[in-house]
Design a protein around this ligand. Sequence first.
Ligand code: DGJ
Length: 751
Amino acid sequence: MGMVSEKKSTISYVKWDRGANREFSEEVTVLRMDNGKITYAMGITEEGYLLHCYYGRAIGEDDISYLMRLSDHPFTPNGNNRDRLIFMDSRLFEFPCPGTGDYREPCLMVLDEDGMSTCDLRFKEYRTMKGKPQLRQKGVSCIPATYANASEAETLVVTMEDTHCDILVELTYTMFKDMPVITRSARVINRGYNDIRIQQFMSGCVEWDYSNFEMITLNGNWARERAISRVPLHSGKQSVDSRRGISSHQHNPFIALVDPHATEETGEAYGFNLVYSGNFLAQAEVSTSGYTRVVMGINPYDFSWLLRPEEDLTAPELVMVYSDAGIGAMSRTFHDLYRGHLIRGQWKDKMRPVLINNWEGTYFNFDEEKIYAIAESASKLGIEMLVLDDGWFGKRNYDDCSLGDWYVNEEKLKGGLKPLVDRINALGMKFGLWFEPEMVSPDSDLFRAHPDWAIQIIGRDMTQAREQYVLDYSNPEVRENVYGQIRAILDNANVEYIKWDMNRALSEVGSTTLPRKRQRELWHRYVLGVYEVMDRLTTDYPYLLLEGCSSGGARFDPGMLYFAPQIWASDDTDAIERLKIQHGTSICYPVSTMGAHVSDCPNHAIGRTTPFATRGDVAMVGTFGYELDVTRIPEADREAIPGQIEKFKKFNPLVRTGDQYRLGNLFEDDSFDAWMFVAKDKSEAVFTFVQILNRPSMPSRRILLRGLDPERTYRNEDTGEVRLGATWMTGGVIVGAFGDFASRTMHFTAV
Ligand code: DGJ
């Protein structure tokens, strides 16, 4: 049997009717998706309303239509079978719309040709299919989303219609086999003869008939991204969003609703993550009935999309993960999903080259000999790739010019890029290069030739940030030009890695080419334009390793992960600050996708000095590399590099493919952090402990391990102790480290 099933049920109920009881009954069709781990169910009423019925732990095959609470009396006495206004506001809906009595947040707001905004979606039909179709929209070449073949998932598409404004809405649900995961998307199609406007279009909605939850969000700023906040839900709306054009440092497109008692290992957690890199809204609303509605999608703020007859608009994919075994299990499901069904390309399952990036080593102050000297020294230590960061192009010696002029600054790199790359390749090293393709400096040839290519509102001042403007990626000419310049570089020299940076938020959001009626589409068209170029780049150069970046980690989201199998997590490379960033990031993203480098001390972002070994132990759960001038660091640090690389290579397969367990939580106890990665077959594990400040007269610490097979025996390869998995997990490991910011790693192998 497939994962989707249909069942008709008759619900009988009694209504209070001016003092007399009257009996009613109605037939509902329940559409269910079950995979043995979770059940998701919705019901279609006789009038064609699509109600939410159930989402959570697999519930068995019983009739669950009663969960729709159709037999609840209206709150106020009335003589109707169904007081529609009250019904709409007190029911759980799959895709709520405004205007007919549901006063909570809608998923869809349409303005019809008369300027009316009421929308009344009714069920039309459904279909199912094996696997997972790609998200599509006319004229859009690529919408990032998770993927699955016919044996890995099943999809339900429910079509709704509003006959008054002649729209169809397709709601797509994919359930993954063996994983507590459902992905959602929605597509609206104008079937009429008139233009309409989409004012709000969320990717999905989930409702509960209770509100006893806490909400987890990931928030921050430059250099302190994705810090965890966890607060109880309260009556009314609570949300995180972005209005910056990028998913942002400030809030990640992620929320989780968790049982107030949920821990890493126990309790229910519902995670939501949007596969989108632009303005988003993630909102939980507790109604006065005590019900909870979560909606998530493109931010309705400043959004308006003209839909002409036969045109369609597709909402980004919403990934929903359920766990009844705590927040840790929710995270591990996200990790498995993204590693197996989101990240693409040749690097997906491969260990990444250990790189050295010159940014913190030299900033803009380099020439070809300096870069070669770093590469030469690095190659002797076992580093495998040199990444040349900002400053190699145009006349750029500072961050005040040349973005958009993607040709080599030959005053700095004499002879051009190719001879340098060839020399570095001759050392046995790969070569990688930094670009910021979405930007233009006012002082650039590109801007002088095409001032209209920057996002702007004619007649208004253009706000600069880092002395740069944002290019209008909704304009195909802009995309063609920038991509052409990138191609020219890639076709000229053996560049095997690109760091795609994006260093400012959008402002004065207007396009010189979009028609007046489509100006408010720019936010979303910008993101689609970026996706198109990233898709072309990774298709035309399949060997290329793409690293996403946005002023550190301002665009660490699943949309980017689809194109870039790794993303620079933060400009804060301090090992201790990185612990929090890593912990928060790992809530929904695999840390093995996190760009993480060992940098020099005192740290450039925070001024802290930490042991070189700790910097290595922390960075090696990410993609691992160095961000320093290796010719100028202390000899002892340089000598430690080959050993660090050996350790990274030993444990990276475990980190990349294993299960992560967070054992510490600096947001609650800032005295230490610890984590482990356990092989899927439970044959080995690596444990890392990082002490924050050391204290005198304190005993060593006992930390309970997780994820081992309780019945197998494991040897701690670092101490020689041999114990049952159950003992390591209930008795724990005794660990201490001498000195502030010291770290320890331990390797456990099944014997
Ligand atoms: C911001 C990035 O996060 C840094 O790593 C570096 O590439 C700079 N931009 C260069 O301008």
